[in-house]
Design a protein around this ligand. Structure first.
Ligand SMILES: [Zn+2]
Length: 160
């Protein structure tokens, strides 16, 4: 994703985040990348290409429903990783579509911003997580205010 951010400058880029839900945790295992039909400008990225959706469906099927759509990512060519009103409304749509907490990642000039958009959208909306652990190739973020008990009962759902 970081390589893509640099390669696509000065425009934005992005895609879906695919992963599995394990109790209160969301493990991201893959990110889809910009494809031909997507529309990118210096201040927006529209994930229009069907590649994103097809890849999510293929992974969902081949993993027998264990790996699915868990969020999205996009870049901000300049400025901090602060979600815009459009970002927040896109996350809100995403959580209602996947019927579960979603992860939103913004790769910006000042580093990555990792957010959890809760399934039950509140006044607070998406909450920012911070890096809690770095082990080998894995980065662990936490503090997004997830409710572990509720998340544990949840099945990952794909495109309601
Ligand atoms: Zn944005």
């Amino acid at each position: 994703m970081l390589k893509q951010r640099v390669a696509r400058l000065p425009k934005e880029t992005g895609g879906f985040l695919l992963g599995r839900r394990r109790g209160s945790h969301i493990e991201i295992v893959e990110a889809t990348l910009q494809a031909k039909m997507d529309r990118a400008s210096e201040t927006s990225f529209e994930r229009i290409d069907l590649h994103h959706r097809h890849r999510a469906e293929a992974v969902w099927q081949s993993s027998e429903g264990r790996i699915g759509l868990v969020g999205d990512w996009h870049t901000h060519p300049c400025g901090p990783p602060v979600p815009s009103a459009a970002d927040r409304s896109a996350w809100r749509q995403l959580v209602s579509s996947i019927q579960g907490d979603a992860v939103g990642i913004i790769l910006a000039e000042g580093g990555p911003g990792v957010f959890v958009a809760p399934r039950r959208w509140s006044v607070l909306g998406a909450r920012q997580c911070s890096l809690v652990e770095e082990c080998e190739e894995d980065l662990v973020f936490g503090g997004g205010g997830c409710n572990p008990r509720r998340a544990g009962k949840r099945e990952a759902a794909f495109f309601a």
